[in-house]
Ligand binder design. Structure first.
Ligand SMILES: [Mn+2]
Length: 323
């Protein structure tokens, strides 16, 4: 980490026009970390470009600099460094990264996923961190940037979203101390809680209503489905995250939950959640997906019904094997 930190800081110091990329279906960590780095680099007199192939949700669009995001990049682009943020492999740039850059422009990776395969020229990756925000803070300190006000708010967003409001297993004393110091530095904790975490667009909540109407519980497995026609009726796009996985994870009687969402390309996207002591990573991996023991996912071909029939027995076996 220490060498990577020094090298990462050096890359940013040498750069004049870095391109910062956030991952598709952007969450608070990729956006908060990117916007914080953008503010820091501007303070250092640089001219960073920020990009993400999908638009930001309303719960992130209020952040400083959010309106500067580009969804596509011009063919001719004048950059001297690429920084990819909160992603474990290059596919996660959603196609924004160009292979032609590989030999001429350095690639800096800032991330916290255990599955990160160190695909950059410099990899500032800390798999023990609750969010990418944590290595980002170390980097900003190495760059001698003062963390305060708007910048602190951006960092709070990443930390508060990746810990789902400080309730995940990753919420360590260090995380809580970091949140405290970000608040002391002028980060707007209540605003982030209100605007980012406790803010569900009306049509998304209507979607939850439909999904919850179909909620089923069998033993310790709870699940629901979200068919494409309902998604279309509510004008919910495929990249809009319904976040059903986290919603279902709260069913008290369930140790494993699954949300089956029908996509426009005739696949079904599944979000799995497990209570501590149970494991959905193995199920997801056996279906070609990935993730962590407590939160994982995959995408399968087939009709909603067929996929549900195929996957439910696997979830019951996962419950049994943990007991
Ligand atoms: Mn993250």
């Amino acid at each position: 980490m220490k060498t990577a930190l020094r090298q990462a800081a050096a890359l940013l110091q040498q750069s004049e026009r870095p391109l910062l990329i956030s991952h598709p279906r952007p969450d608070g960590d990729t956006i908060g970390s990117t916007l914080a780095l953008r503010l820091a680099l501007r303070e250092l007199g640089k001219d960073p470009i920020i990009a993400c192939i999908h638009p930001l949700g309303e719960n992130l669009a209020y952040l400083p600099g959010a309106d500067q995001y580009q969804e596509t990049l011009p063919d001719e682009i004048d950059i001297d460094l690429v920084v990819v943020i909160d992603m474990s492999d290059l596919d996660r740039t959603g196609g924004l990264y160009r292979e032609e850059w590989r030999d001429r422009i350095p690639l800096l990776v800032i991330d916290h996923h255990a599955t990160n395969d160190a695909f950059g020229d410099v990899n500032l990756v800390d798999p023990t961190s609750a969010a990418t925000v944590m290595p980002m803070i170390e980097l900003l300190e190495a760059l001698d940037v003062k963390i305060q006000d708007e910048l602190a708010t951006c960092l709070l967003v990443g930390l508060l979203t990746d810990t789902r409001g400080l309730r995940t297993q990753s919420t360590s004393p260090t995380v809580l101390r970091t949140v405290s110091s970000l608040i002391e530095a002028g980060g707007e904790y209540v605003k982030v809680m209100q605007k980012t975490l406790d803010s569900v667009p009306y049509k998304k909540m209507r979607g939850w209503g439909k999904a919850l109407d179909r909620l089923q519980l069998n033993g310790a497995v709870a699940w629901t489905t979200f068919p494409l026609d309902e998604k279309k009726a509510l004008a919910i796009s495929d990249h809009a995250d319904l976040d059903l996985g986290n919603l279902l994870s709260r069913v008290a009687e369930a140790n494993i939950t699954a949300a089956f969402v029908e996509m426009r390309d005739e696949t079904v996207k599944i979000s799995f959640r497990a209570r501590p002591g149970y494991d959905v990573a193995t199920v997801a991996a056996s279906l070609g997906g990935g993730g962590h023991r407590l939160a994982a996912g995959c995408t399968l071909d087939g009709s909603l019904e067929a996929v549900v029939d195929r996957v439910l027995p696997m979830l019951h076996r996962a419950v049994e094997s943990a007991e």
